[in-house]
Design a protein around this ligand. Structure first.
Ligand SMILES: NC(=O)c1ccc[n+]([C@@H]2O[C@H](COP(=O)([O-])OP(=O)(O)OC[C@H]3O[C@@H](n4cnc5c(N)ncnc54)[C@H](OP(=O)(O)O)[C@@H]3O)[C@@H](O)[C@H]2O)c1
Length: 143
């Protein structure tokens, strides 16, 4: 299992928690801030992750209750960056990994890709225009 977060402390606590409940599971922690970088090489260059990946959960998301014309440019950029890029690039990485495993292993495994959307993707809120738009993207990419 590979887990991503901005906080090294939170990753360490979660790792210990999962290990105590599932001692057979090996946990890789990947500290990354998706609002600051588009370089996911620390995750993508790990051959063992790529060769064993079976399920991706795209849970990361950023939301600020704000009307679009009142929101500042940095915050708009953060919502777009955090809500669109990880789900896109991790989905691509996952699908490539799934395909390669099927070719290399010679048998068909089951794979899964979960992308967390929001009710804001289908219901219009004036204070969640950008967030809702990004979550609608996430919803459709998941299909
Ligand atoms: N909460 C709601 O009411 C609600 C409603 C509908 C949909 N959603 C969606 O459900 C998902 C989870 O929501 P949540 O409220 O549980 O969110 P959250 O607690 O703010 O974040 C979920 C996870 O994403 C990580 N994360 C957040 N920003 C990150 C960043 N810039 N770089 C790397 N990791 C980051 C967080 O870890 P760290 O903080 O340790 O980095 C946390 O583990 C999101 O996609 C959200 O849009 C939430």
């Amino acid at each position: 299992m590979a887990i991503c977060s901005r906080s090294i402390d939170k990753l360490a606590t979660t790792k210990a928690d999962v290990e105590s409940k599932c001692p057979d599971v090996e946990i890789r922690v990947v500290p990354i801030d998706f609002s600051k970088t588009l370089d996911y090489s620390s995750l993508f260059n790990d051959k063992e992750i790529a060769e064993n990946l079976r399920l991706i959960v795209n849970n990361v998301g950023y939301f600020k209750v704000c009307k679009v014309f009142e929101d500042d440019p940095e915050d708009l950029q953060r919502q777009i960056k955090v809500n669109l890029y990880p789900v896109t690039l991790l989905s691509k990485f996952g699908i490539n990994s799934f395909k390669n495993q099927q070719v290399n292993q010679g048998y068909v495994n089951r794979f899964g890709l979960v992308s967390v959307s929001s009710y804001s993707a289908i219901r219009h809120y004036t204070t969640a225009g950008v967030y809702g738009g990004t979550k609608r993207y996430d919803k459709f990419l998941g299909h």
